[in-house]
Design a protein. Structure first.
Length: 198
């Protein structure tokens, strides 16, 4: 069972968050993280972003995906409106950074993001969103507004005891390097993305 191993306030460029580390034991060096904006009201539907780790995009500003900009936008939104970011340590849709870089190498040869995973003998998406549900339940979230374009994340909430109140879109304009990735998200995974941002 996940437990809150430690928590603290963290001032950020966007404002102050309460940061909590969730793992099954305190020796886990890659705990999942909850970032809670100070003005979050748990008696109302809570704004929530469930975000998967992307070291290339978030730390190193890769242009191959929009993860870094999505995380920044989500942090800003939660500061302005209250809310929680659930940051899951499921790098590369949970294939890990080594496999993600192998997938990128195949993408350089012309495969799309899904084909590259399959070529490596890995699922297109290997994430477990049940972890996010467990964390939200421990945080006492009863109803939420989910910030996502991913229909699977919406379904996972609808299948849980937490009430799905609404969706908050989180669309980032594409660039030359991310266009293919975003198109595959839309065509293969059914992401709710507008054409004008392709
Ligand atoms: N395997 C693989 N993973 C990638 C690739 N590009 C980005 N990722 C990973 O995709 C994940 C994106 O997660 P999220 O930001 O939660 O996005 P999402 O599930 O598409 O849904 P949204 O909520 O709409 O953003 C991260 O774990 C990235 O590391 C890629 O080319 N291959
Ligand atoms: Zn990314």
């Amino acid at each position: 069972m996940l437990q809150i191993q430690a928590e603290s306030n963290v001032p950020t460029d966007f404002g102050e968050f309460r940061m909590m580390a969730f793992s099954e034991n305190e020796k886990d060096w890659m705990p999942h993280i909850a970032l809670i904006a100070k003005n979050t009201d748990l008696s109302q539907p809570v704004n929530v972003r469930i975000h998967s780790e992307c070291i290339t995009g978030e730390v190193f500003h890769s242009q191959k995906c929009e993860c870094g900009q999505q995380l920044n936008s989500a942090m800003q939104y939660m500061q302005e409106n209250g809310g929680i970011i659930i940051y899951l340590r499921q790098e590369g849709r949970n294939i890990g950074i080594i496999n993600k870089l192998k997938a990128y190498a195949l993408q350089e040869k012309g495969l799309d993001t899904v084909q590259a995973n399959l070529e490596l003998g890995l699922p297109a998406d290997d994430r477990d969103f049940g972890i996010a549900i467990e964390m939200l339940e421990q945080l006492n979230v009863k109803s939420l507004n989910l910030m996502t374009n991913n229909p699977e994340k919406i379904q996972i909430i609808k299948d849980s005891k937490i009430q799905f109140n609404s969706r908050i879109p989180l669309q980032i304009k594409s660039n030359d390097s991310s266009l293919g990735y975003l198109k595959t998200k839309k065509s293969y995974f059914g992401h709710l993305l507008d054409d004008e941002n392709d």
